[in-house]
Design a protein around this ligand. Structure first.
Ligand SMILES: [Mg+2]
Length: 398
C-alpha cells in the first residue's frame, strides 16, 4: 500500500478563529474580509503582528513585524487582541474532529497536523475526494477554513498545503515536483531559514530547483548536515514518520509569544500556569509522564535562554510542571522583559508504568525541605535584585 500523507493547516489561524468568535457574538464585520491583524492593541499600537488577514497581506504587512509599522502601511487597519486560551480550545476541537477519521495524527503546532491517510484510503474514492470532504467538514462544522496538502511523505504534503490559500486542497506527488515545487524561490522551502537562504543565494541558488540540482557535497560544505537535509527536501526526500504518539526524546511542550513584553514575575507566573495546564493535559491525553522539565525564555531583544532539570520521579501533574518552570525561571531570569515563554517536557515514560520510588524518597525524607530551602534562596536573590514585592509565595498573597 502506497503511503499517503495529509498536511492540514488552518488558514490565518489566530485571525480566522477570532473572526469566527466575533461573528458568533454578533459582530457585523468579518475580520477575514478586511485589512486586519491579531496582536498589540488598537490605541497604543504596541506589540507585534501575530497573524494577518489576506487583505492585510496585500498591504505588505508581515507576521512578526511591529504593530506600529503595520499601521504605517495601512492606517485603517483593524486589530484584535490575542486570546491563546480560545486558540487552544479551537485547536482541540479541530484535532478531535480530525481524529474521527483516524487517530494517526501528529499535531505539530496549534493549527497544523499531519495525518497518515494510508490505512483509511480504501474508504474513499481518492485521497483528493477525502481531503475535500475533510476540508468542507471543518468549514461547515466550525466556520473556519483549512488547506490540505497531499503527498507520499510529510515534507511534500507540508509544501503542498502552502500553495494557494485559503480553503484549498493541493497535491504534490514526487512526479509533480519539477512543475510545482522547483520554480519556487528557495526561501519557501520548509526549514530554509534566513541565514541558510543567504548562504545559498551567494552560491547562486535562487529556486528550490537550483538547490535540487546542486551538488549535495557543496551544500554540505557550506551548511553542514542542515544543508544535506535541505538538499534532500528540495528533491522531495523525507522518510520521517507521522508520530501519533509523542516520541520519548522529543517530549511534549508548548510556548507562548506574548503580545506585549512582560516585565514582572507575576505576569510570568500567569503564563506558566496556562502553559503547564496545556502541557499537563497533553501528557495525560498521551498517557505519558515526563522525567525532565525545561523552561525557555525569549527576551525583548530576541536573546533566548533555556534551563532544564531532571525530576526525581515522572509527572503529568500541572502543579508540579508549573512549580518546576517557575523555579527554573527564577534561577535564570536576568530581570529583562520577556517576549516568549515556553515549557517543554522530555524523557517520557508510560503513565501506566508502576511508579518507581526514587532513592531520594526512601533515603532522604528531608528532600522537601531542601526544595524549600532552594526556593527561599531563589526568592531572596530576586528580592535583593528587584525589591521585596518582586516575588512572594502563593500562601503569602492576600
Ligand atoms: Mg496555519
Amino acid at each position: 500500500m502506497a503511503t499517503i500523507i495529509f498536511h492540514i493547516d488552518v488558514n490565518s489561524a489566530y485571525l480566522s478563529w477570532t473572526a469566527v468568535e466575533q461573528l458568533k457574538n454578533g459582530a457585523e464585520v468579518d475580520l477575514r474580509t478586511i485589512p486586519a491583524i491579531i496582536g498589540g492593541d488598537q490605541k497604543s499600537r504596541h506589540g507585534i503582528v501575530l497573524a494577518k488577514s489576506i487583505s492585510a497581506k496585500k498591504y505588505g504587512i508581515r507576521t512578526g513585524e511591529p504593530v506600529a509599522n503595520a499601521f504605517r502601511k495601512c492606517p485603517n487597519l483593524v486589530t484584535a487582541a490575542p486570546n491563546h486560551k480560545m486558540y487552544r480550545e479551537k485547536s482541540r476541537q479541530l484535532m478531535d474532529y480530525l481524529r474521527t477519521y483516524t487517530t494517526e495524527i501528529e499535531q505539530v503546532s496549534v493549527d497544523e497536523c499531519y495525518m497518515d491517510f494510508t490505512k483509511i484510503a480504501d474508504k474513499f474514492a481518492s485521497p483528493v475526494a477525502a481531503a475535500c470532504e475533510i476540508k468542507d467538514g471543518v468549514k461547515n462544522k466550525f466556520g473556519f477554513t483549512v488547506n490540505i496538502g497531499i503527498s507520499s511523505n510529510k515534507l511534500l504534503a507540508k509544501m503542498a498545503s502552502d500553495f494557494e490559500k485559503p480553503d484549498k486542497v493541493h497535491t504534490l506527488f514526487p512526479e509533480e515536483i519539477p512543475l510545482k515545487m522547483w520554480p519556487l524561490p528557495i526561501n519557501e522551502l520548509f526549514m530554509a531559514g534566513k541565514s541558510s537562504v543567504d548562504t545559498m543565494k551567494k552560491l547562486e541558488i535562487n529556486t528550490i530547483g537550483d538547490l535540487a540540482k546542486a551538488d549535495p557535497a557543496l551544500i554540505e560544505l557550506h551548511l553542514k548536515s542542515h544543508g544535506r537535509m535541505l538538499w534532500n527536501f528540495a528533491n522531495g526526500i523525507d522518510d520521517s514518520q507521522v508520530r501519533s504518539k509523542p516520541s520519548e526524546a522529543k517530549g511534549i511542550g508548548n510556548s507562548m509569544t506574548l503580545s506585549e513584553d512582560v516585565a514582572t514575575y507575576d505576569e510570568v507566573q500567569k503564563v506558566f500556569k496556562s502553559l503547564a495546564q496545556s502541557v499537563g493535559g497533553r501528557l495525560k491525553k498521551a498517557g505519558q509522564k515526563a522525567m525532565m522539565i525545561s523552561m525557555e525564555v525569549k527576551y525583548h531583544n530576541f536573546q533566548t535562554m533555556s534551563h532544564q532539570r531532571q525530576l526525581s520521579k515522572p509527572t503529568d501533574k500541572e502543579e508540579e510542571i508549573y512549580d518546576a518552570a517557575c523555579q527554573l525561571f527564577l534561577e535564570s531570569w536576568n530581570g529583562e522583559p520577556v517576549r516568549l515563554l515556553g515549557i517543554r517536557t522530555a524523557k517520557l515514560v508510560d503513565a501506566s508504568e508502576p511508579e518507581q520510588l526514587s532513592i531520594f524518597d526512601i533515603k532522604m525524607p528531608e528532600k522537601p525541605d531542601e526544595k524549600h530551602q532552594k526556593l527561599n534562596k531563589a526568592m531572596e536573590e530576586i528580592r535583593k535584585k528587584f525589591g521585596d514585592s518582586a516575588v512572594m509565595k502563593a500562601s503569602e498573597m492576600k
